[in-house]
Design a protein around this ligand. Structure first.
Ligand code: SF4
Ligand code: FES
Length: 260
């Protein structure tokens, strides 16, 4: 199949960028979108031109490295699919496609289609883990977890941190990512001791990273390659509000000289 690509080219974070037109000829319909870009890049290298930079690693839809906008949709037109798992048979020969990096103030462009998603790492660093000393690995059956809870926690844990949710959100909000990280720990018994503090810390970290606020567009859920539900955002908001209220109550008790 033959395609025309309009690709955002930007040599570096501070350099001005522009759309550049490329022709992709003789592409196999069985190749993935990234393999199609590999073919285009091979042609550019042979001509002595700079290849198109894009992030990728596993190419199996599990690492969260890949991702860019295809015709304005994060990860392209196929639901619940990362660009590395998107195959060219889902496009028609002769199609004209526009490729752009994630659109978000919190994800500055590194080069071409690559962005810096370090803001996600800084949210996790704020408390997206269980910090109690747990010693050696406990016997698995000592802490029974009901199946529906385990399934729900697993649903949240499937977040691969790709950033599509932020890129598609008109507000550039990171609520779905943060909610997934808070929920997958907060649903399990091992995550209970720090549950409210975790919600508080992650939300505060998120707010400091330049993301916008959530106003329930649900675009994040629509493009999430793991199908993570915005129901988790309701859980995040509930844990965050409980933490705020409990913190305020403790402060009040402290001011009155009562027990902390
Ligand atoms: S919530 Fe979905 S879209 Fe957002 S980072 Fe996680 S996997 Fe990617
Ligand atoms: S390259 Fe790992 S999810 Fe796409």
């Amino acid at each position: 199949m033959d395609l025309t690509l309009h690709v955002w080219r930007q040599p570096g974070p501070q350099a001005p960028g522009k759309m550049v037109r490329y022709e992709a000829r003789g592409i196999s319909e069985h190749s993935s979108f990234l393999e199609m870009l590999d073919v285009v890049n091979q042609g550019l290298i042979e001509k002595g031109e700079e290849p198109i930079a894009f992030d990728h690693d596993c190419r199996e839809g599990i690492c969260g490295s890949c991702g860019f906008m295809i015709d304005g949709t994060a990860h392209g037109p196929l639901p619940k699919t990362t660009v590395c798992q998107l195959h060219m048979r889902h496009f028609s020969s002769g199609a004209e496609l526009t490729l752009e990096p994630w659109r978000s103030r919190a994800f500055p462009v590194v080069k071409d289609l690559m962005v810096d998603r370090g803001a996600f790492d800084r949210i996790i660093e704020a408390g997206g883990f269980i910090s109690v000393p747990t010693g050696s690995a406990p016997e698995a059956n000592l802490t029974p977890v009901p199946k529906p809870i385990a399934d729900r926690a697993f649903d949240a844990a499937t977040c691969i941190g790709c950033g599509a949710c932020v890129a598609q959100c008109p507000n550039g909000a990171a609520q779905l990512f943060t909610a997934a990280k808070v929920s997958h720990l907060g649903l399990l018994p091992q995550g209970q001791p720090e549950r409210e503090q975790r919600a508080l810390r992650l939300v505060e970290a998120m707010e400091g990273q330049g993301f916008g606020g959530c106003s329930n567009f649900a675009e994040c859920e629509a493009v999430c390659p793991k199908g993570i539900s915005i129901d988790f955002i309701a859980r995040l908001n509930r844990d965050f509000l409980k933490a705020k209220l409990n913190g305020a109550a403790a402060e009040h008790r402290g001011a009155k000289g009562g027990p902390g």
